[in-house]
Design a protein around this ligand. Structure first.
Ligand SMILES: [Zn+2]
Length: 120
C-alpha cells in the first residue's frame, strides 16, 4: 500500500479491488460517472481501471475512475478510448478519433457564497 505522507491518502495498492479509503477518496473526487455529460451518482457507479488491470494497470488513484455500468461497458466493448490526465481529469476519444473530450473532477475546495443572517 502506498500512501501520501502528509494526509495519509491511499494512492495505490497491489491488489485489484480498491480498499475502502481509496474508494471513499474516489467517490469524493468523482462525485458522478466520469463519462462526459453523465451525472449518475458515484455511489451507483463501478470503479474502472482506466488501463485494465489485466494489462498491468495499477489500482492507483491515477488509474481509477467511476463509470456507470452503461459507460463502463461502452469503454470496455467499443472503440471509445480514455486516458487519465493529471488530478483525475479524463480525456475521452470517440471511435471517430477526431475529438477528445476532457472530464475534470470538481476542485476539492469549494467556496460558497456568504449567507446573510436574518437581523433577529
Ligand atoms: Zn455514465
Amino acid at each position: 500500500m502506498l500512501t501520501e505522507p502528509v494526509e495519509g491518502t491511499v494512492l495505490a495498492v497491489d491488489r485489484y479491488r480498491a480498499p475502502w479509503p481509496q474508494r471513499r477518496y474516489l467517490r469524493a473526487r468523482d462525485q458522478h460517472c466520469r463519462f462526459p455529460g453523465c451525472r449518475r451518482a458515484a455511489i451507483r457507479c463501478e470503479i474502472d481501471h482506466t488501463i485494465d488491470a489485466a494489462r498491468g494497470g495499477p489500482t492507483a488513484l491515477g488509474n481509477l475512475a467511476h463509470l456507470c455500468r452503461r459507460h463502463h461497458s461502452m469503454k470496455q466493448f467499443t472503440r471509445w478510448r480514455v486516458r487519465q490526465l493529471a488530478r483525475g481529469a479524463l480525456e475521452w476519444t470517440p471511435p471517430t478519433g477526431r475529438v477528445s473530450r476532457e472530464d475534470a473532477p470538481a476542485p476539492p475546495v469549494h467556496f460558497l457564497p456568504e449567507v446573510s443572517r436574518p437581523p433577529f
